[in-house]
Ligand binder design. Structure first.
Ligand code: ATP
Ligand code: MG
Length: 359
């Protein structure tokens, strides 16, 4: 292939625990894809967003972190957190959440696909039956800090926390979901709502969904209350293509989805600024997994699939598709599976197999 000859500069942040073990496998596959498809990857590695950095600096990231990584084409992130040594709200809010917010990565995107060789807890489901994408609004909604507590400690005590929905915020996540459906040739966008119980904000969400749908006559739409939607995702997951959800509902669905597809070790996530004003961040869904860190046995597929999402975002669609196909080929081969999938391959063997499968 002649290739695009483009050069991509990545900020690489391995973070903690198995993040340090799976990120090199993601990079190995990116390098192989770059050779095969004719582009170049330049990486800058950063040691912040980790417990070690926190231990020697008293903070998760340097003061000038925005200047250091803000000019890169994307952030390739491993995992952060070490619950025994540092509370999650410090490690996460001081790093990952700060980046999501500062870089206005308003679309949290999680593909959910049942892969070959992975057993679903849903009886009778096999490779190909589950294949949808969850698009979660990542900046507003239920996770606002608007509210307060009054009469604390008395029997008149009351607590309020508001949901914030803005026209800009709702419309942009809806638009992203429809554009994604079109781009990936998917038929339907489903909206997660609860307008029968949440009587002001969710009807607004529904209204903006219907309004946005008019611009996409080629895409089917439907809408389910979050409770029945959860039931449907278990009972008829094959119905779904793209699901667009508010911050809270998206958070819930993006644990339910990957749980239905077997192992947390293979699921990826993109934190995306579709307008490309800032770098987007790509990571595996799993955490730092202190229980297996340092043994070289973590499943690197989540990180590698995140690399594929990153390639798609950067415009290397052909390479992105090839990486996904390579992942499927490797997972089909029992001897190349890691222990979370019942195999005996170590992290590097599995990662190298994906790189080799790219040809
Ligand atoms: P979070 O970081 O969201 O708080 P967590 O700390 O609850 O997540 P993880 O760190 O993802 O959870 O680990 C949950 C379990 O899954 C652990 O037992 C861990 O060993 C296992 N696990 C996570 N990722 C992998 C992986 N890539 N390969 C194998 N096992 C994994
Ligand atoms: Mg964790």
């Amino acid at each position: 292939t002649a290739g695009t000859n483009r050069v991509y500069r990545l900020a690489v942040i391995p973070g903690d625990g198995i993040g340090k073990e799976v990120v090199p496998e993601g990079l190995r596959v990116l390098e192989a894809a770059a050779r095969r498809y004719g582009f170049r990857i330049e990486t800058d590695q950063f040691d912040f967003a980790s417990y070690d950095y926190y231990a020697s600096h008293g903070r998760m990231m340097p003061e000038d972190w925005k200047d250091r990584i803000g000019g890169h084409d994307a952030v390739f992130f491993g995992a952060v957190g070490w619950p025994d040594k540092i509370p999650d709200h410090v490690s996460l809010w001081g790093s990952l959440v700060a980046m999501r917010r500062e870089f206005d990565q308003y679309a949290n995107v999680r593909p959910v696909r049942l892969m070959p060789g992975v057993a679903s807890p849903l009886a009778g489901r096999k490779h190909g039956d589950i294949d949808y994408v969850i698009v979660r609004e990542n900046t507003e909604g239920e996770y606002s800090s608007v509210g307060g507590r009054m009469f604390a400690g008395t029997d008149r005590e009351f607590v309020v926390q508001e949901t914030v929905m803005t026209r800009i915020g709702v419309d942009r996540i809806m638009r992203y979901a429809f554009e994604l459906a079109r781009k990936q040739g998917r038929r339907r966008v489903t909206s997660a709502t609860k307008s029968n119980g949440i009587s002001i904000s969710m009807p607004y969400w529904d209204e903006r969904f219907r309004e946005m749908a008019r611009n996409y006559p080629d895409i089917e739409t439907d809408s389910f209350h979050i409770d029945i939607l959860c039931a449907h995702l278990v009972q008829r997951p094959d119905h779904f293509d793209v699901i667009v959800a508010s911050n809270l509902f998206g958070d819930i669905l993006s644990d339910l989805g990957p749980a239905c597809t077997g192992t947390i070790g293979i699921a990826p996530a993109g934190n995306i600024d579709p307008e490309r004003r800032y770098p987007s961040l790509f990571e595996p869904v799993h955490g730092s997994a202190p229980d297996i860190a340092g043994q070289g046995i973590a499943n690197p597929i989540g990180q590698i699939w995140a690399a594929s999402m990153m390639l798609e975002h950067l415009g290397e669609s052909e390479a992105a598709t090839a990486v996904e196909a390579a992942i499927e080929r490797v997972l089909s081969e029992p001897s190349l599976r890691t222990c979370d999938l019942g195999g005996r391959a170590d992290t590097a063997t599995c990662g190298k197999a994906v790189a080799d499968a790219l040809g």
